[in-house]
Design a protein around this ligand. Sequence first.
Ligand SMILES: NC(=O)c1ccc[n+]([C@@H]2O[C@H](COP(=O)([O-])OP(=O)(O)OC[C@H]3O[C@@H](n4cnc5c(N)ncnc54)[C@H](OP(=O)(O)O)[C@@H]3O)[C@@H](O)[C@H]2O)c1
Length: 344
Amino acid sequence: MRALVVRRYGPPEVFESQQVPDPQAKAGEVLIRVKAIGVNFADLLQRMGLYPATPKPPFIPGLEIAGVVEKIVEGGRRGEGEELKPGDAVVALPHFNAYAEWAAVPASVVYRLPPGMPFEDGAAIPVNYLTAHHAMFTMGNLQPGDRILIHGAAGGVAIAAVQLARAKGLVVFGTAGPAKQEYLRKIGVDHPIDYEKSNFVEVVRKFAPNGIEMVMDAVGGKSFARSYKCLGPTGRLVVYGFSAAAGPDGKRSWWRNLVAFAQTPRFHPLKLMGQSVSVIGVNLGQVQSRGALLRGELDELFRMYTAGKIKPAIGKTFPLDQAAAAHQYIHDRKNIGKVILSVK
Ligand SMILES: NC(=O)c1ccc[n+]([C@@H]2O[C@H](COP(=O)([O-])OP(=O)(O)OC[C@H]3O[C@@H](n4cnc5c(N)ncnc54)[C@H](OP(=O)(O)O)[C@@H]3O)[C@@H](O)[C@H]2O)c1
């Protein structure tokens, strides 16, 4: 099969389109003919060798696919996943190996698509919407009228968070670069904030002098400390990423990593208690071990999709062979919404 292989950790040019052996599904796995691949920020970190548990190169990156079930190999652990049959349209969340024509994935992380959902939408929903939904409602217990600040609000997870916030009747603050301000208004961010022009803590405090209920922060480094300052009593800071480590050039930089790490605040439990706030960590990879919980959340999201309450914003679709261009596009911060790789 054809696959996009990372030859060594590094910038997008390290991708190479190669013919590699087809994957062989083992007991408990599903063999999937891949139609669309969701490109996630995590893929960039995998390519750079900055993502936890990334294999040594050469390897095939990527963790989100939509496609068609070719075969199911029985004999895996019981009770994992729904009953699938060949020909089913599905989405799946492998840890790696998504940038290819075929993928063998444990049945526990394969989910049937609702009827009529295009593969591109399928590949754009699970990671972004599950991350947002899990943070905001399962961990965060947000209620109508609550106020949320979403960073990088024109990005994949963030747009999902904005849509879910609006569906729940929340008040939304959103940061983004200057070129994305109009888009934030279009998708219904109540308080768009251009982080180059304004200090987001001041903007939040201006509209909510006593602080807000949630901040979703995947920027990391010093941003965590500033986000924390936006919280009021009952406030929740969701930390779910560390984009600050990536930088604009797509190259690995231990120095940049170190600086971002050094700027990361430590949260003392007594201070959290004193202020009655929480810091919530979300890592979808870990939540996958709570299979029933995640499946229930995805069912809810698919119901919302079918009812027209959410709709993934697909920024741009590249052919699989152009994975390097797709990654560069995200490094250049040109993407608004989800980037997809399509497989013909
Ligand atoms: N914990 C989890 O389970 C989980 C799951 C999914 C994603 N994530 C994390 O969530 C974050 C967003 O992921 P995503 O897939 O939604 O990404 P995305 O669509 O590429 O959006 C990221 C946004 O972040 C901003 N940004 C900040 N620093 C950046 C940098 N160094 N390079 C490029 N963009 C940068 C950009 O907005 P501006 O141009 O407006 O600055 C961009 O639109 C990432 O940190 C990712 O690792 C975590």
